[in-house]
Design a binder for this molecule. Structure first.
Ligand code: NCD
Length: 312
């Protein structure tokens, strides 16, 4: 089985069996990545282009490594902030690249919907590496894989997503994925950082960490996305940490074996206590990074197979 769609633009378009398929395939790549020789040739001869119109450390490195481990020719385009001002520029860049016959295009863009627009204009498979506050599908998949491996299942879990939900594509993709797999999702944060329509998403909304974390299996912290804030959303970082920052006292309300997650990059002492983030008995933040490479290998493998099947 490959994926039904030609692109991976969001979790929204994925069916539960496609999510399970991708996670199973990812598990096999976790095994490969732990070998001394980490190579498979499933993308040999194919060209992967990474276009990041927004700063990224782990996602870009992860996609680059994933492509290289699968034998693709990988090119990173350094996109300058100055080239993203107009929609036309994006499409022009895409058309130029398209003429070079890439097979996989990995795109991150600050505008929600930009990656979908681009996917309509090119002939290759497009992977969304994060668009504005819309979606970040490989992040939700790597989070799901981390949860599934830590908890032994990916259904009927209580997952608390805490902090800056309003500006977070990670939250959106996770809410969609966890909902599709029949988990209970809680959002915890100040009203200014919870989107107004959140109550209609099939989630429970809390403004108090103790209440929202009670009985949670998974505690997912989010970065305060200051670059997407156009005003004051919190009184002060100190006050925010006091009310919403995850420390051991607040975590004690969750289940005893609850795991702590963060997509990175972290603001230590703002949304999470640094020593808790580093505590390997509670925090799976490093595992998330490890799973990220495997998930991206699986996603590119699946899309490349789909392309091959469609071409036959
Ligand atoms: C996230 C992103 O870029 O959306 N980071 C990531 O991909 N690991 C979250 C964030 O920037 O806070």
């Amino acid at each position: 089985m490959a994926l039904r769609a030609a692109h991976l633009l969001g979790i929204e378009a994925l069916a539960p069996d496609e999510i399970t398929y991708l996670l199973d395939l990812s598990d096999s790549y976790v095994d490969l990545n732990r070998q001394a020789v980490k190579h498979a040739d499933v993308l040999a001869g194919l060209t992967q282009v990474n276009m990041f119109f927004e700063a990224s450390t782990r996602t870009q490195a992860s996609f680059e490594l994933a492509g290289k481990r699968l034998g693709a020719d990988v090119m990173n385009m350094a996109m300058q902030a100055s080239s993203i001002k107009k929609g036309e520029t994006l499409i022009d860049t895409a058309m130029t690249l398209n003429a070079m016959h890439p097979d996989l295009l990995v795109v991150r863009h600050p505008h929600s919907g930009a990656v979908n627009l681009l996917a309509e204009k090119v002939n290759c498979a497009v992977l969304n590496a994060g668009d504005g506050r819309h979606e970040h599908p490989t992040q939700a998949l790597l989070d799901a894989l981390t949860i599934r491996r830590a908890k032994g299942r990916l259904h009927r879990l209580t997952v608390a997503i805490c902090g800056d939900i309003a500006h977070s594509r990670v939250a959106r993709s996770n809410i969609l994925l966890l909902g599709k797999m029949e988990n209970r999702v809680r959002l915890i944060g100040p009203p200014t950082l919870i989107p107004s329509g959140a109550a209609d998403w099939g989630v429970e909304v809390y403004q108090d960490m103790a209440e929202g974390l009670a009985g949670a299996d998974v505690v997912m912290m989010l970065r305060l996305q200051k670059e997407r804030m156009d005003g004051a959303f919190i009184p002060s970082e100190r006050e925010y940490y006091h009310r919403f920052g995850l420390d051991r006292a607040k975590l004690s309300h969750a289940k005893e074996d609850a795991i702590v997650m963060h997509p990175g990059p972290m603001n230590r002492g703002v949304e999470i206590d640094g020593t808790l983030a580093d505590d390997i008995n509670r925090s799976v933040i490093q595992e998330q990074v490890e799973m990220g490479v495997a998930v991206r290998m699986a996603a590119m493998d699946a899309l490349a197979r789909g392309r091959k099947e469609r071409a036959q």
